[in-house]
Design a protein around this ligand. Structure first.
Ligand SMILES: C[S@@+](CC[C@H](N)C(=O)[O-])C[C@H]1O[C@@H](n2cnc3c(N)ncnc32)[C@H](O)[C@@H]1O
Length: 375
């Protein structure tokens, strides 16, 4: 008989008692189940873990986000106190690199109150160790708990872990996509029996014309709206970096990553990172709906080049051994290239600010070329 993990057994029990489970609920349990959720119980990052993120690829990423923070601080009139907030800070690497870069501006460095929004106790400990030299750090479970005041909010690979809803198009209309048990007791995807009434009018026009069988997915706008309302009313800016698409469209991007490879999201729930691509058009719409100003999105490669990553790489390479220099060159390529394994065009960057801030570093020059849409 197959041995199930504790979370899989619990999901089976829930489905047996209450019926098929919406994809968003399944994703939420996989990631945030209070005992067995993926993001409640482990450090998933790095070579030994399941995936590597941009700050873990190179110090240049966090340093440039630090300089971006400095440019926003100046643009909003150099307030005597700035809240530097990071959503989902992983191991604290990006914040440590950003703070090192910001130290060159003592009035800004001394003005900082640092707020880390993190639900993972294992990663909170790592963040504490990584940032042991920094002052004024507070941890929070949610952005709701960050006190008022001007803020720069940074979020790298945060939105992709927030649960998505999925619907499937059938002759009878759009049906919620669910997870159920098949006759062999295996978790499988299915469509709910009843269509969602009058749902089509809510869909982006491009999606309404999708063929039968198409999947459409979305995240609730709540998180983006909270961030946008905050920077609209209290000065500041948010920077969102993630993998995703520029236009809202049909497509199933629900995926699992374990040990640096794609895995079946219905296998071993709670043991793999389950994510979905970020819909940047939907994020921008949600921010604009509450009256904030949106800048971008641009591709990560373009953003980092505009902020001077190539010059920074040359400076670092001049001071080191040929081996380390080769590593820096490889990291530069990984962060900015569009080819296989490159994060340059798969990742996008979007900023949200108060309405009067008409320009922010790295985002307002030109829109991405159509070929950069690659996901
Ligand atoms: C994919 S990791 C990215 C980590 C880091 N930003 C980086 O780039 O290395 C997602 C991060 O978000 C945190 N996280 C996941 N769900 C969260 C939630 N609902 N609220 C706050 N943090 C969350 C995870 O624990 C982790 O720190």
């Amino acid at each position: 008989m197959t041995e199930f993990s504790p979370l899989e057994s619990e999901i089976h029990k829930l489905i047996r008692s209450s019926g098929p489970m919406p994809v968003w609920r399944y994703m939420e349990l996989c990631l945030m189940h209070p005992e067995h959720g993926y993001y409640v119980s482990r450090d998933p990052l790095g070579r030994e873990g399941d995936f590597t993120t941009a700050p873990e690829v190179s110090q240049m990423f966090g340093e440039l986000l630090g300089l971006w923070t400095a440019s926003v601080w100046k643009a909003i009139g150099s307030p005597p106190m700035l809240r530097l907030v990071e959503l989902g800070p992983g191991r604290g690497t990006m914040m440590a690199d950003a703070l090192r870069a910001v130290r060159v501006l003592p009035p800004l460095y001394q003005s900082l109150q640092i707020h880390l929004v993190e639900i993972n106790p294992v990663l909170r400990e790592k963040q504490q160790a990584t940032l042991s030299g920094a002052r004024n750090i507070t941890w929070h479970d949610s952005i709701d708990d960050v006190p008022e005041g001007p803020a720069v909010i940074l979020a790298n690979e945060y939105f992709d872990v927030l649960p998505i809803h999925q619907v499937v198009k059938r002759e009878t209309g759009w049906h919620e996509r669910v997870v159920k048990l098949d006759d062999d007791g295996k978790l499988v995807f299915a469509a709910a029996d009843e269509p969602m009434p009058r749902f089509e009018v809510l869909l982006p026009p491009l999606v309404r014309a999708a063929p039968l069988g198409a999947v459409f997915e979305w995240r609730p706008d709540t998180e983006m709206m909270k961030i946008a309302a905050r920077v609209r009313d209290q000065d500041g800016a948010a920077l969102i970096v993630d993998y995703g698409h520029l236009r809202s469209d049909a497509g199933d991007t629900f995926q699992a990553i374990a040990r640096h490879s794609f895995a079946d999201p219905l296998k071993n729930p709670g043991q793999a990172d389950v994510t979905a691509h970020v819909d940047f058009q939907a994020l921008a719409r949600a921010a604009e709906d509450v009256g904030a100003r949106v800048h971008g999105p641009v591709t990560q490669g373009e953003f980092l080049k505009r902020l001077g990553i190539e010059t920074r790489a040359v400076t670092l390479m001049a001071k080191t051994t040929p081996e380390v220099s080769a590593d820096i060159s490889a990291a530069l390529k990984r962060l900015t290239d569009s080819g296989r394994g490159g994060m340059g065009s798969m990742f996008k960057v979007l900023a949200v600010t108060e309405p009067n801030l008409t320009s922010v570093a790295g985002l307002n020059d030109e829109p991405p070329a159509p070929g950069d849409e690659a996901a």
